[in-house]
Write a protein that binds this ligand. Structure first.
Ligand code: SF4
Length: 497
């Protein structure tokens, strides 16, 4: 039986600035987690910390690392950014071993207490078992009720803990069989990195909704949510973990691949291309930056505007604005400057506080926009409050016309697969038609890229309506899995304005 040494820290984080735009004014979508693991590396825990730092945009509320030294598991977890929770180098001496895994968390499924910070850990019949999860299990509550009824005692309120209890209570003879047995019972989206005394298991749900890639540093094997984390730790990209694939790596670096779910058509999250992933990552063989630039090209073809300048809402609107400018021939200019010293802000209730956050973060480049007709490019509209303030900011700076162009289709459904979206009744596109939305944000015109335009930008000919190549449920309402825990009303949402 293995045991675990745990350290927990409440850091003074939330003051730091992260490497990519993580603006949190309550009007942006948030990826909820990033995961990273390495096996066969000296100082594995410090490699994981570096990898997690590159994934910080996927979750800023909490971080944890678990390591294994061949006999014991060790863990350090804390609330805050990676750089704060792991700022003291001595921490890594308490996380020894050549295998480690980690997790950054945006929270909210189950709340943000220390007990929910991952990797979660349990002592099972075969020894220690840690799990780091990106995604959301859409039947976790139903499974948990059944497990509690049978005697399971939960330590956290995280949906991920359901997997541990399912593994613990499965009757199959080997850990791998019990793990697969558990996965067969869960619905929803998951990319997982698990560690056991025998090695590491990395897997994706059968549809591959959430991303996971594999790389190598020499003979060490690395798994990460995005290729950018491989770049940062000096690992060579090897391949994606395929949808529905389990990769098992032992301490000698021997890898076995298992496909227990057959071969369903993949449905990776298309919003990773639009917004969540870093633009320097490669997803599905395509550069995220190029995808975003191409969305701008499609947008310019579908929704041209008579204007003097193309202005991105920084930072996430920049690649699409470059594409829009290239296709339209209208000059690209930085008409909005983003402060890089606005710390992490808490989600604040009430629109007036959200408005204040927008002003702290962005400022109009008045000398540039005064008297000009502006095409403003942003990645998405969620509640609409940010768009309204940015349009007002352009007008206050003297812009004569403001034409808003959005590099995704209207977001009119909530995500149940690990992305924090407001309930449907709060989504502007679920409440209003295009004209009403343009009035609400006070733009002279408003247009979104079409769903087919988005598919073309990410390398497809068009959306295959019978069998879509991606999960695009937040644009179409076509959820690719069962949503057992959510009744039809919650999915359909209340949409009166
Ligand atoms: S619903 Fe939207 S954000 Fe959620 S997984 Fe599907 S495409 Fe991604």
């Amino acid at each position: 039986m293995t045991s675990i040494s745990q350290h927990a820290a409440l850091s003074d984080a939330f003051r730091d600035e992260t490497p990519w735009d993580v603006g949190d004014d309550g009007d942006t979508l948030h990826e909820e987690c990033g995961i990273f693991g390495v096996i066969g590396a000296r100082s594995a825990s410090s490699v994981v910390a570096l990898g997690l730092h590159a994934l910080q945009h996927r979750g800023q509320e909490a971080v944890g690392i678990t390591s294994f030294d061949g006999g014991e598991f060790f863990s350090h977890r804390g609330i805050g950014h990676v750089a704060h929770v792991f700022k003291n180098q001595d921490i890594f001496a308490d996380l020894p071993g050549m295998m480690a895994s980690g997790h950054v968390r945006y929270s909210t499924t189950g709340g943000s207490g220390l007990r929910n910070i991952q990797p979660l850990f349990a002592d099972l019949a075969d020894g220690g078992f840690s799990i780091a999860h990106n995604g959301n299990i859409s039947n976790a509550m139903t499974l948990k009720r059944d497990l509690v009824h049978k005697g399971s005692i939960f330590q956290s309120t995280s949906d991920t803990e359901v997997i541990i209890h399912l593994v613990a209570t499965s009757r199959y003879p080997t850990l791998l069989d019990r793990f697969v047995d558990a996965l067969r019972l869960i619905e929803g989206a998951y990319a997982l990195i698990c560690t056991t005394p025998a090695g590491m298991i990395a897997c994706r749900d059968p549809l591959g909704i959430r991303p996971l890639v594999m790389g190598r540093i020499g003979s060490s094997v690395v798994f990460a949510s995005e290729t950018v984390a491989l770049d940062v730790v000096g690992a060579d990209f090897e391949r994606e973990v395929e949808p529905g694939e389990l990769l098992v790596v032992d301490h000698n670096g021997v890898i076995s691949s298992h496909r227990p779910f057959g071969d369903p058509a993949p449905r990776p999250c298309i919003f990773e291309q639009v917004y969540f992933s870093r633009p320097d990552s490669i997803l599905g063989g395509q550069s995220v930056y190029q995808s975003r630039r191409q969305i701008g090209v499609e947008l310019a073809k579908e929704a041209p505007a008579d204007a003097d300048l193309v202005v991105p809402v920084p930072d996430s609107g920049v690649p699409a604005a470059i594409g829009y400018a290239a296709e339209s021939g209208i000059p690209f200019e930085l008409g909005i400057i983003r402060s890089h010293y606005v710390g992490r802000t808490f989600i604040q209730p009430g629109d007036s506080k959200r408005h204040a956050e927008v002003k702290r973060k962005h400022n109009a480049n008045r000398a540039l926009v005064a008297g000009k007709r502006i095409v403003l490019i942003d990645d998405s509209i969620v509640r609409g409050t940010t768009s309204l303030k940015i349009v007002q900011m352009m007008r206050d700076a003297g812009a004569s016309e403001v034409h808003m162009r959005i590099a995704s289709p209207p977001t009119d459904h909530s995500c149940f697969y690990g992305v924090d979206t407001p309930e449907r009744s709060k989504l502007l596109a679920a409440r209003m038609d295009l004209e009403a939305m343009a009035d609400y944000i006070q733009a002279d015109s408003l247009a979104f890229v079409s769903i087919d335009g988005l598919y073309r930008a990410v390398g497809q000919q068009d959306r295959n309506a019978k069998c879509p190549q991606f999960c695009d449920a937040c644009f179409t309402g076509e959820y690719p899995t069962q949503l057992t825990d959510y009744d039809a009303d919650a999915v359909a949402g209340e949409t009166e304005a």
